[in-house]
Design a protein around this ligand. Sequence first.
Ligand SMILES: [Zn+2]
Length: 390
Amino acid sequence: MQEICELCGSDALEGVYTPERSTRGITVHICGRCGLVQSLPRADRAPRAAAAVSGGADWGNVRYGKGFRTKIAVDAVLRQCDPQAHFSLLDVGSNRGSFARALLSAAPHAHITAVEPDERVAQSCAGLARTELQVSRIEDAALETGRFDILHSCHTIEHLAHPAHVLDDHHRVLKDGGRLVLDAPNIAILGADDIVEEWFIDKHLYHFSERTLSRMVEAAGFAIVEKADRGDAANLFLVARKADAVDSAVAADPQEVEKAYELMTSYVATRAHNMAALVAVAAELHALAPKGVAMWGAGRIFDSLVTHGRFDARALRLLIDTHLKAHVGERHGCALAGPEDLIQAKPGVIVVMSRGFADAIAAEARKFAPAAEILLYTDLLSRARTRLAA
Ligand SMILES: [Zn+2]
């Protein structure tokens, strides 16, 4: 079947990249007309994978960044409506309920409808006051027209087979003038100097830029009223108002197409370079092993260090990951620990394996192990790249 672009309807979709270890055999395509980056084939109603985090491309069930985005979203909702008012909010992809809980306590008269397809996490919202839980895909939720004042959707839109249709439905279920609060991963991260992980995971079918996401939202009949700070290369955040129906035709955008190609080229080249540098990073860390090395962050960057840098995880004294620890017991043969284990382990070195949260993690690590030397992944990688270039 001929696939067409979800944003502009063109059939000019060109396959530009095959992610490593995709279990679904996906290929990343660029629309030659509007520049939207999208993965094909689209998984509509595909069976859900086990809660595995074993491969480069199957992190679907561990939505890593979601919890961290709660405060930003709650603050945005409270800017849009009176916290003391009675209002009705739809939380799309409520996950473990961190947003719902934060909003309920900040807005004492808010009523939430939480929609979450994954039974394993949905029940976290069961029994919450002023909250109605619907275990369902948003596409199947069949919600009443004009029912909600606010709709919150965080790191969900990129998972949908047909996000433009779902945005049309978001428009339908909102009251006139209702607000859409939307958060999604930002493809701009592909331009980062220290990118090393496979960014194109199987469960993400769309890879939005600020431009392509804004256009899709506008085409669904919304007017954007707030956009996040452009300095955030990892997330796209916007607030939009339900406007009157607008012309949903999406014009060609050659500049965006060019940007998408440039970004993909940069990603492939930078990543290849960084994967080679990871071998040197691994060697440096092996040499530090006698001092006792603790690593904080067992996610995709750590995966890359083991897989591409051939790092032996058994060289670690401790592997910390507060988030993953809740889902899995070990990574690459190394048991997962919590920050408090640093007190007993007394490592000489703590390596922070995170990009977006490096400073926060380093500060936390200092509390538990004030004597340890702290090394950031970004610095290790940058030193290795310089050596490689020499
Ligand atoms: Zn297109």
